[in-house]
Write a protein that binds this ligand. Structure first.
Ligand code: NAD
Length: 502
C-alpha cells in the first residue's frame, strides 16, 4: 500500500495497522518466490506493546538455507548482477530506494509493531535505511581499480570484484536500518545477499523482499530467510558456499560466528557487536541543562536497546551532584508511551525475555550498592514497559558498570581528573562509541585520540551520516558499516599481471 495521506496521530497509525496486519507476508523469500519453510514450521512474532500475536512466520532451517545458498550461487554464476555495469546496478538500487520511500510508513509501522519502538523513531530509521541504499548505489560507479607502477614490459592491474555470496545476519533493535546498512554496500558491490532477520522482528525484511523484486533485482540476488539463529543462522554461517558473513548482534554470537567460519570455509566475518559506551562530561562544558537532556536521550532513546547507547555516564565530581539532578529530571520526562503515538519518545521492550533481563540488572544494581535515582520498577502491563532508570555512585566493579544491559538503565560514575576519566572510559571489554562534552579544544583533541573506541562524539551523541564509517574495536567487533569503507569490505582485490613486449 502506498501512502497518499500520511498518518498524523495514534488513531491514524492504529487504522493503518489494522489494514496491514491481515495482509502481512509471512513466508520466506527464496529464489524469487515467497515460500513456506521446507519443514512447514513457523515461529510466532508478538507485538510487545500489547503482548498479542502479530503473525506466524516461516521458521527456516538448514534445508531452506541450502536452497537459498544454491539459488545465490546460481545467480552469482549467471552474472546478471555481479557482472552488470555498475551504473545499471545503481539504477536498480535507486529504484529500490524510491519504493522504500513510497512505502516508508508501512515499513516503519512493521518495525514498531514487531519490536515496540515508537513510530516516530521507526520513521527516523527509514530515513537512515533509505539514505544508506541511495548512498551506496550512488557510490558504486565511482569505484576505480588501479594500474600498478610497472616498467614498460608489464601491465599490473588491481581490480575490485564482488565476493560472491554474502549472508547478512541482523538483530531486532533497528530491524530495517541495520538490514540496509548491511545489504546496501553488499548489493551495490555486485554480491548476492541472503538476509537472516532476527526471529523477533522479521516482518519489515519480508516486505523489503517484495519491494526488491519489484525494483528489478534479478532472481537469487536478494533472499530473506526468517528463522532462529541456531537453525537458519547457523546453517548459513557453516555453509561452504557462503563467502562472507556480515553480522550485527551480540558479542557472544559474534564469537560463535568466527568459530563457524573456522570450522567451514574461512569465510570473511564482519562483526558489529555490543557496547558499554562511556559518555564523559567535563565541568567546562557549556549549557549543563542541554547536555543533561542529551545525556539522558543518549541512553533512553529506543528504550536503551541501542548498541551505542551512552550507558556509562562519567561526570566530573565538581559538577556531579547538580548535573545528575538535571539528568534525573530529563529522564523522568521520558516515560514510555504507546509506540503508535507519534509523541512517544520510548516504547516497549522487545519481548518478555529482554524485559526480565533488564529487570534482573536493575535488581543487581540495587544489591551491589548503586544509588537508584529514577525508575527501577516496571510499569503496569499489558506490554513490556520499563521506565528510564538512573543509578548514581556506580563503580567499575559493579555488574551494571561493566555489562551491556541493552535497556533503559543509566550507570553514573564520578571522576576527578582527565586522566582518570580516560582510564575509566577505556576500562571495558567493548569499544564501540564514546562521547565527550567540553569547550576546551586541546582537551577535546587529546581525549578523542586516547579513547579506545570506533567512534567518538564531541559535544553530541550519535552524530554522523552515511559518509562516515560505523563500527567498533575490541569486543565490539571488527567491521565497518556505512561510507565507502563498507563498500570496500564487500569487494575482493584481484591482481592481473600482463607481460608485454617491452
Ligand atoms: P543476537 O546476537 O542474539 O542475535 C543477532 C542475530 O544473530 C539474530 O538474527 C539471531 O537470530 C542470530 N543468531 C543467534 N544465534 C546464532 C547462531 N548460533 N548462529 C547464527 N546466527 C545466530 O543479538 P540481538 O539480541 O538480536 O541484538 C542485540 C545485540 O546486538 C546487542 O548486543 C547490541 O549491542 C548488538 N548490536 C550491535 C550493533 C552495532 O552496530 N555494533 C547494532 C545493533 C545491535
Amino acid at each position: 500500500m502506498t501512502t497518499s495521506k500520511r498518518p498524523q496521530n495514534r488513531a491514524d497509525w492504529q487504522a493503518l495497522a489494522e489494514t496491514l496486519i491481515p495482509s502481512l507476508e509471512t513466508r520466506a523469500f527464496i529464489d524469487d518466490a515467497f515460500v513456506d519453510a521446507a519443514s512447514g514450521e513457523t515461529l510466532e512474532t508478538l507485538n510487545p506493546a500489547s503482548g498479542e500475536t502479530l503473525a506466524h512466520v516461516a521458521s527456516c532451517d538448514a534445508a531452506d538455507a541450502e536452497l537459498a545458498v544454491a539459488a545465490a550461487r546460481a545467480a552469482h554464476a549467471r552474472g546478471d548482477w555481479a557482472r552488470l555495469a555498475p551504473a545499471k546496478r545503481k539504477r536498480v538500487l535507486l529504484r529500490l530506494a524510491e519504493l522504500m520511500e513510497a512505502h516508508k510508513d508501512e515499513l516503519a509501522l512493521l518495525d514498531t509493531l514487531d519490536m515496540g519502538k515508537p513510530v516516530s523513531s521507526s520513521l527516523g530509521d527509514m530515513a537512515g535505511a533509505i539514505g544508506s541504499i541511495r548512498h551506496q548505489a550512488e557510490s558504486i560507479d565511482k569505484v576505480y581499480g588501479e594500474v600498478a607502477p610497472t616498467g614498460d614490459d608489464s601491465l599490473g592491474l588491481v581490480l575490485r570484484e564482488p565476493l560472491g555470496v554474502v549472508a547478512s545476519i541482523v538483530p531486532w533493535n533497528f530491524p530495517l536500518m541495520m538490514t540496509a546498512w548491511k545489504i546496501a554496500p553488499a548489493l551495490a558491490a555486485g554480491n548476492c545477499v541472503i538476509l537472516k532477520p532476527s526471529e523477533k522482528s522479521p516482518l519489515s525484511a519480508l516486505r523489503l523482499a517484495g519491494l526488491a523484486k519489484e525494483a528489478g533485482l534479478p532472481r537469487g540476488v536478494f533472499q530473506v530467510l526468517p528463522g532462529y539463529g541456531h537453525t537458519a543462522g547457523k546453517a548459513l554461517a557453516l555453509s561452504m558456499e557462503v563467502d562472507c558473513l556480515s553480522f550485527t548482534g551480540s558479542t557472544q554470537v559474534g564469537k560463535q560466528l568466527m568459530q563457524y567460519a573456522g570450522q567451514s570455509n574461512l569465510k570473511r566475518v564482519y562483526l558489529e557487536c555490543g557496547g558499554k559506551s562511556p559518555n564523559i562530561v567535563f565541568a567546562d562544558c557549556k549549557n549543563l541543562d542541554k547536555v543533561a537532556k542529551r545525556a539522558a536521550a543518549a541512553i533512553f532513546h529506543n528504550q536503551g536497546e541501542v548498541c551505542i547507547a551512552g550507558s556509562r555516564l562519567l561526570v566530573e565530581n565538581s559538577i556531579r551532584e547538580a548535573f545528575v539532578d538535571k539528568v534525573v529530571e530529563a529522564a523522568k520526562a521520558m516515560q514510555p508511551g504507546n509506540p503508535l503515538d507519534p509523541e512517544s519518545f520510548m516504547g516497549a521492550m522487545v519481548d518478555e525475555t529482554q524485559y526480565r533481563r533488564v529487570l534482573d540488572y536493575i535488581a543487581k544494581g540495587r544489591e551491589e550498592g548503586a544509588q537508584l535515582r529514577a525508575g527501577g520498577a516496571s510499569l503496569e502491563g499489558p506490554g513490556y514497559f520499563i521506565p528510564p532508570t538512573v543509578f548514581d555512585g556506580v563503580t567499575p566493579a559493579m555488574t551494571i558498570g561493566r555489562e551491556e544491559i541493552f535497556g533503559p538503565v543509566l550507570s553514573v560514575f564520578g571522576f576527578d581528573s582527565e586522566e582518570e576519566a580516560v582510564a575509566m572510559a577505556n576500562d571495558s571489554d567493548y569499544g564501540l562509541a564514546a562521547g565527550l562534552w567540553s569547550q576546551d579544544i586541546d582537551r577535546i583533541m587529546r581525549v578523542s585520540r586516547r579513547l579506545h573506541s570506533g567512534q567518538v562524539f564531541v559535544n553530541n551523541w550519535a552524530g554522523g551520516d552515511q559518509t562516515v564509517p560505523f563500527g567498533g574495536v575490541k569486543q565490539s567487533g571488527n567491521g565497518r558499516d556505512k561510507s565507502h569503507h563498507s563498500l570496500a569490505e564487500y569487494t575482493e582485490l584481484k591482481t592481473v599481471w600482463m607481460s608485454l613486449q617491452g
